[in-house]
Design a protein around this ligand. Structure first.
Ligand code: NI
Length: 148
């Protein structure tokens, strides 16, 4: 098996809070992340497979780039993640983003198979997800509804 990776970046703001917590509890749990702030994210998408006999590619990286740009980057770059449709109702931690991005991308990878997704929120903090089944809690009331 071979693993090919496409790396891309986007910038976005978010705010971490749980609408079921009161303000004091949100401050306690999420601390400074309870305030609106931004990150320069790096997303690495790895596809596993064998080189195609005719092209030598596991997946044409130009195609992978197009899929990531169309399905993820165009929807999150310079956006407030709490308001992005695919993320609506999820607390926009790197963990939850990684799982949602996986679910979105997985449907579009037609050669090879999605193998790993790494989402860097900063140089030192990142999440890796390999597609293990996980159920995310989605709040049915808008996350930006909390009045401070
Ligand atoms: Ni943050």
């Amino acid at each position: 098996m071979l693993y090919v990776t496409r790396k891309c970046t986007f910038s976005a703001s978010h705010r971490l809070y749980n609408p079921d917590f009161d303000h004091a509890r949100n401050e306690e749990v999420f601390d400074k992340c309870n305030n609106v702030h931004g990150h320069n994210y790096t997303l690495e998408v790895t596809v596993a497979g064998l080189p195609d006999a005719a092209t030598g590619y596991v997946i044409d990286l130009k195609i992978l780039k197009k899929i990531i740009d169309r399905e993820i980057i165009s929807k999150v770059d310079h956006q407030h993640l709490n308001d992005v449709e695919m993320l609506r109702g999820y607390i926009p931690t790197a963990e939850n983003l990684a799982v949602v991005f996986w679910q979105v991308l997985d449907k579009h990878i037609e050669s090879g198979s999605l193998h790993a997704l790494k989402l860097f929120e900063s140089e030192n903090n990142f999440v890796e997800y390999n597609g293990d089944p996980v159920i995310l809690h989605r709040y049915n009331h808008a996350l930006d509804a909390e009045v401070v």
